[in-house]
Write a protein that binds this ligand. Sequence first.
Ligand code: SF4
Ligand code: F3S
Ligand code: FES
Length: 236
Amino acid sequence: MDIQLKILRFNPEKDKQPYFQDFNLKNVSDDWRLLDVLHEIKWNYDGTLTFRRSCAHGICGSDGMKINGRNRLACSLLLKDINTKKPITIEPLPALPIIKDLVVDMTNFFDKYEVVKPYLINNSPPPPDGERLQSNEDAEKLFESAKCILCACCTTSCPSTWTNENYIGPAALVKAYRFIYDTRDEGADERMDILDTPDGIWRCHTIFNCVEACPKEINITWHISQLKKKISSREY
Ligand code: SF4
Ligand code: F3S
Ligand code: FES
């Protein structure tokens, strides 16, 4: 089949502002992924088109972008699953500065991620056999939050992020959940102190855009609600 695309282009070395460039591709298959389409353009139409990708299989989180108005992973979306009767629009993730074309500056996103201390905190001596063990049941409680691949599709789709760039955002909150509910971790209180701040968890107004955007199908809003309950029932 033939498809049309409108791709947002921006080269800060020569463009005053971003603009849409049209591409017409012939004889593509509907089982191509959007990443295959971008490769086809880059390799056969315009080698200057710039985008991030690495694993090509929904693992590394590097090819989050806005496709037909919704944040998705280009490598996880088939042409057959979107409307190809009209031009497909592809834009960089919103709310982050564009470095070039579809590549955004993720510094702000990762700064917020680091704020929640995304690592196990445990200063107690390890058990004699050297391993801090966890039951299967306790581990299962973390599985969904641990699926996060840090693609930023959620945080950049959240209206609270658009209106307050300091809001910690859903991806960091999911990561906070992953460690606060880890039975081996001792850093829950210091993380909850961080979340219970003006730009912390209470900036989430339960808008659910994050859930719709998450390619790993994490129920982000549910995880945030559990954290809100835990923080509001703390005894000081
Ligand atoms: Fe991406 Fe989902 Fe992780 Fe957000 S929670 S960064 S959308 S994988
Ligand atoms: Fe934003 Fe998701 Fe909360 S979209 S407001 S983080 S439910
Ligand atoms: Fe790795 Fe898409 S290229 S998630």
